[in-house]
Write a protein of this length. Sequence first.
Length: 241
Amino acid sequence: MSRLPFRLLGFLAVLVMACWRVTLRFRVEGDPRPSLRSAGRRYVYAILHAQQLSFIMLSDDVPILAMVSSSKDGEWLVSLCRARRIVPVRGSTGMHGADKGGRAALARLADGVNAGLPALLAVDGPRGPRNGVHRGIVDLARETDACIVVAGVFAASRFILEHTWDRTQLPRPFSTLIGRFRPPIDPRDFADPASLRARVAADLLALEQEFDPGEARHAGRISPRALARSKATVGASPRAT
């Protein structure tokens, strides 16, 4: 199927977002980025997939690189990113762990981070489990010696798309978006990727539990497609006798 409908959707989404964003108020609390910049440390953001649209609206750190799914429905998100001076880098992991440009995208992100640009990854996307952390953020931080900034965007008044696997959040017009952070995670403090990955996951969950405990209850939720694959795998397993 042609990507044109998704590009048209992206164009319309940009117009809607521009009007929508004018109605919003923005606030940032506990911001560690000035200290990181003063120390000359690179950094990369780890956020939840559910909050990526809110992050795009809030983002005050431009230009910034962001990994965007290589699927056709990622086209509309590309347009939103570009409208906010967020540079989209296309790539994702496909079915059954197959690479769909994800490793090449990480290499491009690493080049940008090494050149001094921040980078953004929705670490539990594109299919979950919600609040899980895929390996990309850890690989990127270790390769570039960048601190990981676990960030969240919260709004008291919002829409929640309850039927999506990540429970996508959209701020209501005239609401306030608040950016909040955990202390930066320095990859130098971790002996192996697994422990670093576990720390990022723990901090993501802790941030949401502190500021949005109702949504934190949905940690571990996965997409219907991933659930179907899981059931198929179980069904295909030989029975114990």
